[in-house]
Design a protein around this ligand. Structure first.
Ligand code: PLP
Length: 363
């Protein structure tokens, strides 16, 4: 099919966006109010402070419980953070251990450094890397472990003892840990690797999913103090990030207890609605449930259907945009479609009604 994103953006308002793990659920009107105030006072006319909106870094570090020994660089999305971080720590010939399926754009960034990805196949129980698999993958050229926790696209996450085990491997082999915590706020439980290897950890942080800020493009990298100057040298944008996004993000974090629990409750209700529909349909299932993110994958192997064709029928005939698995996995992509569910409940209900019908029809 022609570029599905072009197709979907041309019909942006009619589309149900379940394709990119964006979040359209309610947070708090306070965020919009602060952003509108910043627009009215034309805050966008000036460059933000080079180190980010004043107070922003502190607020973020406080949210993570890391007020001491760490600094943060505020970036245009998490993706900018991982871009210059990989540039800063990798050299040609190095390798980085990560899973497949995964959030592949970071793997691409690693390859841009002429480094190699060592991908551990995780489309099998327990649907994430095990400590033993990570240990076995380490070799003399390994420089870092990319731990995406919770994991896009599967929704799996690592227990505290697994995070500890992976951190110990980093310690024993002198490796960095790139701990991508983009979906942390959706998890039932979550442990940062900073708890075990604070001096080896870089946290990749995004405001796209928890705050619903994907279009605002705001993220961060949290860096141990001893590496702050070195990593800062590599930043791709020394002029800071979108000021309106920063204004919104700061107040979002400051008021998190007022909106996050309700938003998560809706997200979990939405995944239940989809699960019910999947359970009623022959030949499809959810490998990971409940998901610790705002998405999961629906396994379609038994149907013999092609996920890209399912994506196309849903998009063209029903205005529902999901992603075929090839986007997030080189090896397992034909087995599943990825569906995110932080869209309004009526849209989730529509998906739950249509998806089983589409599967039956295509079969
Ligand atoms: C694991 C992971 N890391 C990073 C990103 C990029 O986030 P951002 O929108 O902040 O650039 C995504 C986006 O889907 C993601 O899934």
């Amino acid at each position: 099919m022609e570029d599905p994103f072009k197709y979907a953006h041309e019909r942006e308002d009619e589309i149900i966006w379940m394709s990119q793990n964006t979040n359209e659920l309610e947070t708090t009107p306070i965020i919009q109010r602060e952003i509108m105030n910043a627009v009215k006072s034309k805050k966008y006319a000036l460059y933000p402070h080079q180190k980010g909106l004043l107070g922003m870094r502190k607020t973020l570090l406080k949210d993570l419980g890391l007020e001491e020994d760490f600094g943060a660089i505020i970036t245009n999305g998490a993706i900018e953070a991982s871009y210059f971080l990989t540039r800063a720590i990798l050299e040609p010939g190095d390798n980085v251990i990560a899973s497949d399926p995964s959030f592949m754009p970071i793997h691409h960034q690693v390859r841009l450094c002429d480094a190699e990805m060592k991908e551990i196949y995780v489309y099998k129980d327990p649907y994430h890397m095990t400590v033993d698999e990570v240990n076995e993958a380490v070799d003399d050229s390994t420089k870092a472990i990319l731990l995406i926790d919770p994991l896009n696209p599967l929704g799996s996450s690592y227990t505290r003892s697994e995070v500890k085990g992976i951190s110990e491997i980093a310690e024993d082999n002198d490796l960095w840990v790139i701990d991508d915590i983009t979906y942390r706020d959706f998890a039932y439980e979550h442990t940062l690797t900073t708890e075990f290897v604070p001096e080896r950890t870089f946290l990749i942080y995004s405001f796209s999913k928890n705050c619903g800020f994907a279009g605002m493009r705001l993220g961060a990298v949290v860096i141990p103090d001893h590496m702050f100057e070195e990593i800062s040298r590599w930043r791709s944008n020394p002029l800071s990030a979108n000021i309106l996004a920063q204004v919104g993000a700061k107040v979002a974090l400051e008021t998190k207890d007022q909106w996050l629990p309700k938003m998560i409750e809706q997200s979990r209700k939405n995944q239940e609605i989809i699960k019910e529909a999947v359970d009623k349909t022959d030949g499809i299932h959810l490998p990971v449930f409940p998901s610790n993110t705002n998405m999961f994958v629906i396994d379609i192997q038994e149907t013999g259907l092609n996920p890209d064709e399912i994506q196309e029928v849903l998009l063209k005939e029903h205005n529902i945009f999901v992603r075929g698995g090839t986007y997030v996995s080189t090896k397992a992509g034909s087995n599943f479609v990825r569906v995110s569910f932080t869209v309004p409940e009526p849209q989730v209900r529509k998906f739950a009604e249509i998806f089983p019908e589409v599967i039956e029809q295509m079969r």
